[in-house]
Design a protein around this ligand. Structure first.
Ligand code: CDP
Ligand code: CDP
Length: 223
């Protein structure tokens, strides 16, 4: 699998990782991995089974036993469509708590690497470039101002008919960023060699073009 190319897109919440990853994958005809969904699914599974997220062994079990199917954009758990359920901020917040547990990360590692299938993969998350695919030929670290990200998330939720409050979204996003950055295992940091892209002032298309430009510079090296 090592020879199959991977583009990693890591960054804080609502920086546009998922959106950019799926558009880049579409353009290249590659697969995608929404690694955050695996942590969200683990969190949802814990919520539903009444698992105490302080109990690392039990959360690890939940992660190991995840029965999920990705049929993008739809995601199923135990046969149920949980696409919207896992996007709730409550689940995102719990996801960042279970994601701090090393045994949970370990339980999900191979599952993520299994997504590396020809002709290529675009994976988005927090540790795609640092831990899961350290040999990826192209690594992106996507940033945007917290205010901008909260506004984007607010708009995204309201378009889905989910009511959202900008102030609480911003507080939530800051709390989650802080937890993701400061944890001991696989913290949110740019991978060595990652290209840092600040999308605060960029449109989705501009970010996609930037990633594709970087990729074409690698895929077809000029002599
Ligand atoms: O995956 P992640 O949480 O990083 O973000 P996302 O869900 O892909 O994107 C959050 C929202 O920002 C989406 O509604 C995008 O349409 C929007 N957006 C963006 O991703 N990039 C821009 N340059 C501008 C807006
Ligand atoms: O869409 P958003 O960026 O808000 O979150 P996500 O990518 O769906 O991830 C949800 C949570 O899972 C994050 O806050 C991280 O704590 C965790 N996560 C992680 O630890 N490692 C990853 N590769 C992806 C997500």
């Amino acid at each position: 699998a090592q020879s199959i190319p991977v583009i990693t897109i890591d960054g804080p919440t609502a920086s546009g990782k998922g959106t950019i990853a799926s558009l880049v994958a579409q353009r290249l005809g590659w697969h995608t991995l929404d690694s955050g969904a695996l942590y969200r699914l683990t969190a949802l599974s814990c919520l539903r089974r009444g698992v105490d997220v302080q109990d690392q062994a039990q959360v690890q079990q939940a992660a190991q036993n995840l029965n999920v199917r990705f049929d993008y954009p739809q995601i199923y758990m135990d046969g149920e469509d949980v696409t919207d359920a896992i996007r709730q901020e409550e689940v995102g917040n719990l996801a960042s708590r279970v994601a701090a547990l090393p045994l949970v990360r370990e339980a999900l590692l191979q599952r993520q690497r299994d997504f590396r299938v020809a002709p290529g993969l675009v994976g988005d998350g927090r540790d795609m470039g640092t831990v899961v695919f350290p040999d990826a030929p192209l690594k992106i670290f996507l940033l945007a101002d917290a205010q901008v990200r909260a506004q984007r998330r607010c708009k995204q939720l309201s378009e889905k008919g989910i009511s959202a409050n900008l102030t609480s979204l911003l507080a939530d996003l800051r709390e989650r960023d802080e937890r993701d950055r400061s944890r001991t295992h696989a913290p949110l940091v740019p991978a060595p060699g990652a290209h840092i892209v600040d999308s605060s002032q960029l449109s989705i298309q501009e970010v996609v073009d930037k990633v594709l430009d970087l990729w074409s510079g690698i895929a077809v090296p000029t002599a």
